[in-house]
Design a protein around this ligand. Sequence first.
Ligand code: GUN
Length: 313
Amino acid sequence: MASILLDGNKIAHQIRMEVAAEIETMRAAGIRPGLAVILVGHNSASEIYVRGKVKSCEELGIYSEKLTPPDTVSTEQLLALVEDLNRRDEIDGILVQLPLPSQVDSKEVLLAVDPAKDVDGFHPVNVGFLSTQRPGLVPCTPAGVIEILERSEIPIAGQEAVVVGRSDIVGKPVAMLLLNNNATVTVCHSKTHDLQAVCRRANILVAAIGRPGMIRREYVTPGATVIDVGMNKVTDEAEFQRLFAGNRKREETFRAKGSTLVGDVHPEVAEVAGAITPVPGGVGPLTIAMLMANTVKAARLRRANRMREMSRT
Ligand code: GUN
C-alpha cells in the first residue's frame, strides 16, 4: 500500500498567502513587520537556512536585516547586539541562528532576546507559555508539524503520538504541542529501551533525531502518519545505497551533485505508512512559513495598541 504524501510546499504556500494578506492589512495601517537575523561565522548549513529566511521576507514585503558577526564574537558582543535590536521599534522579530560557536554562551544569548520579539520561541518565557497553554510565540518547525497534521485533516486528539528526539528546538516543543492538542504523547531518546516497540505504538510518529534513515519499516505500524523532521545530507556512496538503491531519480541527483538530502525516516517506510512527509518538500518549507507567520504575529501583538489608536483617529 503506497502512503499519502503530505505536501509541505503546498501547505507552506497556503500559510504564506494568509500571512501576505495580513501584511497587506498592516501596510494599510502604516506598519511594516521587520525581522533581524543574526548569523555568526560561516556554517554552510546555517548560511543556506538564513538565505532562505531573508529571501522569504523579501517576497512577502517583510523588512529584514542580516547581522553577520565573525565566528570569534564574544558572548558580551552578541548580548550588546541583541539588546540594540530589542530597543529598535522597527524590529518585530529577532532570530539568532544556531548553532553558535563554542566560546559563546548560547543560553545567555537566547535569554537576552525580548520574549515579545522571540520569533523562534526559544526564550524560557515562551517555553513556559507553551507548556501552560498561554498565547505566545511557538517554535517554527514544531508549529509547522501541527499545521501539516491539521491542514491534512489528520486527527490528533486521543491519538498515540510518539516523538523520537528531545531537542529544545524540535522534540520537546512538538511533544508539548501534541499534548496541548490532546494526543497521548511519548518522547523517546538515545536511552529509550526497545525504541522499535515504542515507535510501533504510534498512530502519529514524529522523527527528529538527526540520523539519516534511522526509522525503518519495522518501527512503523501499518497506516500510521509519519512526520519526518530530519534533514541530513548524504555524501557517502554506501550510505546512499543503503537508503536509495534502485531509485533512479535520486541516483541522478546524487551523481550530479555528489550529495542528496534524506530525512530520519528510511524511504521504505512510505510502503507501510498511511501518510508521510517527504524529504525534501515536507516539514522543511513549513519552518520558514511559520517564521514569517511568527514575525507578523509579533508585529501585530507588539503594535496592536498603536493600530487600535490609529483606527480611532
Ligand atoms: N538551527 C537549526 N534550526 C534552527 C531554528 O529553527 N532556529 C534557529 N535560530 N536556528 C536553528
